[in-house]
Design a protein around this ligand. Structure first.
Ligand code: BDR
Ligand code: CA
Length: 314
């Protein structure tokens, strides 16, 4: 069994990632924490509870976390991608969960779950990294309980929210730098370079819809996303970024890693929130004498059809 904590900002692809975890028998879902991001915290929290309710998961504790980034106010939401409610305006089609929030905040919930765990826990942050940075700042001694961080974020070859930056990292670069660069926890970064290549098409969504009532509900949640991708890139495809990261958390090795030294740009300006990956050869790096950040496993490749089939099979 893989013990998981998911930190999320649902978000359409977050809903798919939560669904994937709920539908995977090898996952012991210890808890879900929420963060601002695609929409505001109240809405991401409501959506997380509702996706868990779709899977009858009243047993999973849920706690709300940061409603803003660590340092600078959040200038932007992704309503134009995910819809006003974060789920294409369809969140009301999901059931309400009978069990509400745990009587604690996200950081305290993660800390108590880690503290109680008797084997390493995988944390899967699929939104801005604010809650994770706070956890590591407040409870540094618990870092050793985290077996792996599987982070959806970053883009090595160009951003999706600005020319340089990917949404999750750009939403709180100071938090991202703390987690990705300053910590020593074994970390996988799943950037948009790969998630875009794992996009699913209409036929995949039709197969999901045909799989049963949950599948139909999940497909309805993609309505605004599909419109967005049609407007943005001129064809019907759906990029399930967070579900791709979740696939790696559940089935380690399904994505192929390239170890790369990383930095996160935090200075104001056009590159704020950019993940800078050092792709020079190691000797050139060493000869330059310039530090180039912590080495993180970056998922840059995979058997793309195998990933799509894995998502669908669950
Ligand atoms: C990431 O940003 C959000 O809009 C998605 O949910 C995903 O986590 C992709 O850049
Ligand atoms: Ca997300």
């Amino acid at each position: 069994m893989t013990a998981l904590i998911i930190d999320t900002d649902p978000g359409i692809d977050d809903a798919y990632a939560l669904a994937l975890a709920c539908a995977s028998p090898e996952v012991d879902l210890l808890g879900v924490t929420t963060v601002f991001g695609n929409v505001g915290l109240a809405m991401t929290t409501r959506n997380a509870l509702r996706v868990l309710a779709l899977y009858g998961r009243d047993d999973v504790p849920v706690a709300a976390g940061a409603d803003r980034p660590l340092v600078f106010p959040h200038p932007h939401r992704a309503r134009y991608v995910h819809g006003e409610d974060g789920l294409s305006g369809r969140s009301d089609s999901l059931p309400e969960r009978a069990v509400g929030l745990a009587g604690t905040d996200a950081v305290s919930l993660m800390a108590s779950l880690l503290d109680a765990a008797d084997s390493p826990v995988t944390i899967v942050p699929i939104g801005p990294l604010t809650n994770i940075a706070l956890l590591l700042a407040v409870y540094p001694s618990l870092a050793g309980k985290i077996g792996r961080l599987v982070v959806m974020g970053g883009s090595i070859a160009g951003g999706n929210v600005t020319a340089a930056a990917e949404f999750n990292i750009w939403s709180d670069p100071e938090a991202a730098r703390r987690v990705l660069v300053e910590e020593e926890i074994p970390t996988v970064l799943v950037p948009t370079d790969l998630t875009h290549r794992c996009a699913v098409d209409t036929e995949w969504l039709d197969r999901l819809a045909a799989s049963g009532s949950r599948g139909r509900v999940l497909v309805e949640l993609t309505a605004r996303y599909r419109e967005y991708y049609r407007e943005a890139i001129g064809r019907d495809c759906t990029v399930l970024h967070d579900a791709v990261a979740m696939a790696e958390a559940i089935s380690p090795g399904i994505l192929r890693m390239t170890p790369l030294p990383l930095e996160v740009e935090c200075a104001p300006g056009p590159a704020r929130g950019m993940v800078v990956a050092d792709r020079r050869n190691p000797m050139a790096r060493e000869l330059s004498g310039e530090p180039s950040g912590r080495t993180v496993d970056v998922a840059l490749d995979a058997d793309l059809d195998a990933v799509r089939e894995f998502l669908l099979s669950r």
